[in-house]
Every structure is written in C-alpha cells, then in structure tokens.
Design a protein around this ligand. Structure first.
Ligand SMILES: [Cu+2]
Length: 119
C-alpha cells in the first residue's frame, strides 16, 4: 500500500517537472519581447525584463507610434530611428551584463521608459 503511494508521488513529481519545463523552457530559449505602445498606452510592455548576457530583446511597434528605444549611456545599443509602422520591429543584443535603462524619446515625458537587467 505504502509503495503504491510512493509510486504515484514520483509519477506526479515528474509530471510537475515536465510541466514546468514546458512552461519555462521556451522563455529561456527565446529572446525577450517588448511591445512599444501596448494597448493604446504610451508604455513599454513589459517595461522590465531580465535576460542573460549575449541574449537579445525584440522591440515591436504597437499603437500610438512613432516610438524608438534610447538606452541611457549606450548609444551603440540604442535604436534612435523612429518606428512609424505598426508591427515594425527591431532586435537589440546585449553582450554585457548590467542594468540598462531605456526610454522612447518622443514619449519619455509620458513615462514610456523601462529597464533591462542583463545577468
Ligand atoms: Cu513612444
């Protein structure tokens, strides 16, 4: 009786581990994605992401364009060209760890800012 319970417990544990791997796996493999002007608001969504050094973040234009991405103190990581078209996107790779604050220049005053943590 006790052995049967242990068997089900182990099976349940493995199902749990597999379920976590299915949910978390893709988000580790993928670069992070951020929408500019999400849901009709002047925001980056999400406005905070964590990636590993060498990984990339893809910024996709949502609503209320134009938007851009200017990384504080890092012109080489910035995409100052304004994106006017909905769905337009660009990808920025962050080779080194650190805290990268960024903003959309036209909408920084409205709070369109974010931070990328690179581990
Ligand atoms: Cu903007």
């Amino acid at each position: 009786m006790k052995i049967f319970k242990l068997k089900y417990l182990i099976q349940g544990w493995w199902l749990f581990v597999i379920a976590i791997a299915v949910v978390v796996g893709p988000s580790i493999a993928y670069a992070a994605e951020i929408t500019m002007g999400s849901g009709g608001n002047l925001i980056f969504a999400p406005n905070e992401v964590t990636i590993k050094a060498g990984e990339s973040v893809t910024f996709t234009n949502g609503e209320l364009p134009p938007h851009n991405v200017v990384v504080k103190d890092h012109p080489e990581l910035s995409h100052s060209d304004l994106a006017f078209m909905g769905g337009e996107s660009f990808t920025v790779t962050f080779p080194e760890s650190g805290e990268y604050e960024f903003q959309c220049d036209p909408h920084a005053g409205a709070g369109m800012k974010g931070v990328i943590h690179v581990e």
